[in-house]
Structure formats: structure tokens, C-alpha cells
Unconditional design. Sequence first.
Length: 197
Amino acid sequence: MAVDKVPVLKRCRSLGLDPVYLGIDKTSNRTLKRANRKISEYGLQLREKQKAKFIYGVLEKPFRNYYARAERMGGQAGENLMILLERRLDNVVFRMGFGRTRRETRQIVDHKHILVNGKCVNIPSYLVKAGDVIEVKEKCKGSQRYKDVLEATAGRMSPAWLEVDKENLRGTVKEMPTRDEIDVPVNEMLIVELYSK
């Protein structure tokens, strides 16, 4: 299985991205040496695509598949792409506050700690639907890991399209997210322009 092992802060610095979107509180004091260099139009489009891939932890081939699926759906391809990425199970678990970082929630899903509608799902790319109930397995709820996680994510607000019960480590997807509810700093129109070349 391919894994992106690039140091997070270094990658955030090169993409001009705040590490908070990945759930990381650290910041880097270094500055880019090429910060004032002019970027071409293609460079801007590529950077937006790399930002989206990096935030959601998706590699190139699956990302291209998401884009192809977004184009087949009705409406705007860019908005559909962002909604598809937001519906990934690892992202929904992160949004609910059951993991400190996106990478940690991906590992939680991989290790079979998550139930969707009462069934164990260990696929981070599983797309949730409206009405799905997502919860941490009963035997994992009492572990120290989740007590620490809830303490760390206590101040994090979950989006309006999710209903979260942090006491019982469970949540419900009330409805599909809209683009306005997704607070990721990605200009999806540039991604559409890149793929439509």
C-alpha cells in the first residue's frame, strides 16, 4: 500500500497551508526561500490539487477517480469533488472529533475501531450517506486513547451536517454537506481547470 511519508510541516510550508486543517497545532518558524517567486497559472492549479490531496490524505489515482465520479454527478464538478472528499469515513471521524489529526483517524478506521450502522468498517475511503450512524466500538470506548483524544478535541466544533454525542463516542450524518459548510482552503475551480486541459 502506498503511503505519503512527507514531513507534515515541511509540506504545509511548501503549499502555503495552515497545519490546523490537518489537526496539527504546531507551526513552523521557517520561511520559504522561493516565497516571492512568481507562479505560473499551471503552477497555481497544481498547487490547489496538491493541497486537496494532502489535506484529505488521498493519492493521485484515487483522487483522479473521485474527479471522474464528480464529473458524472449532476451540477458543478468542483463542488461535487469537495463533497465526495468530505464524505470519506476517515474525514467524518476527524470532523466528529474522535481523532486529533486526519492521519490518526485514518489509523483508527484501519484498526477496525469504527462501526457504521452497527457494522465494522475498516476502509478509510468508505463514503458515508445521510442517516448513517458512526460510532467507536464498545470495547474501545473505555480505552485511555479516546479519553486523551476527547480532551484534546474538546474545543473543536463539529460541522452542522453532523450530530455528535461525544459522551458515547457516536454521531449521525444528518445530511450531505454543501460546499459552504466545507471550511477547507481549496479553490476547486482551479482543480477543474487543471483536469479539463
